[in-house]
Unconditional design. Structure first.
Length: 221
């Protein structure tokens, strides 16, 4: 598991340095986390208490400080709203840390998909270049396969609707995931929800909240 490697590197090195990651470890982690993600729905139904956090954008050391403040898993439950890579200097370390926790605590630690979990965005904002520089293009594609399996929204205690903003169109189908776990029919399972067209991921957000009587919306950009 990569967690010991990540933490040992932090304790033994200076903040801001890259962690020496091993390609075979990253591939094994991606295979395992993809398996876990595919076993869970695209619309998560979670219970409070849970820490809800927004964009971390490759800021590995800042993410560690967030855990120091809020409690390391499984001391606290977490829901991240997306955007784990790009812009920051340590996207690989950051996303690997989060993937490790997802594998280790699949029912306590949750990751949504942001607009930066997308190949077209990653090619512009840095993650593609980081993967190519430190490993190879094949490694980038391995991570993209995982990003395609991330859930897109979560409902906390039937009151708080959580998602990332600025989503672009998501390609279907997702290999390994049944369509009925993805499109808008997931909302129709809630008896209070009015049926919505199958061609849309979600209806208008305000209307969705009204239909389901949710009290709050949490969105990150």
């Amino acid at each position: 598991m990569l967690l010991p490697t990540l933490f040992c590197a932090v304790r033994g090195g200076k903040p801001g340095k890259n962690v020496d990651l091993i390609e075979s470890d990253l591939k094994a982690l991606c295979r395992k986390v993809r398996e876990v993600l595919l076993s869970q729905p695209m619309l998560l139904e979670l219970e409070a208490p849970i820490q809800i956090l927004g964009d971390t954008h490759g800021q590995f050391y800042d993410t560690l400080r967030l855990f120091e403040y809020g409690g390391f898993p499984p001391e606290s439950n977490y829901l991240f709203l997306g955007d784990y890579v790009d812009r920051g200097r340590h996207s690989l370390e950051n996303v690997c840390l989060l993937f490790c926790y997802k594998v280790k605590y699949p029912e306590n630690f949750f990751l949504l998909r942001g607009n930066h979990e997308s190949a077209s965005i990653n090619r512009v904002y840095g993650f593609y270049d980081e993967c190519k520089r430190r490993f190879n293009i094949k490694m980038f594609k391995t991570f993209e396969d995982v990003f395609n399996c991330l859930p897109v929204a979560a409902l906390v205690s039937d009151k708080i609707f959580c998602m990332h903003g600025a989503h672009r169109q998501i390609s279907l189908p997702i290999p390994g995931r049944p369509k009925d776990k993805f499109h808008s029919s997931v909302i129709d399972r809630h008896k209070r929800a009015r049926p919505v067209p199958k061609n849309f991921l979600f209806t208008d957000e305000e209307e969705l909240l009204r239909q389901n009587r949710q009290q709050l919306r949490v969105q990150s950009f």
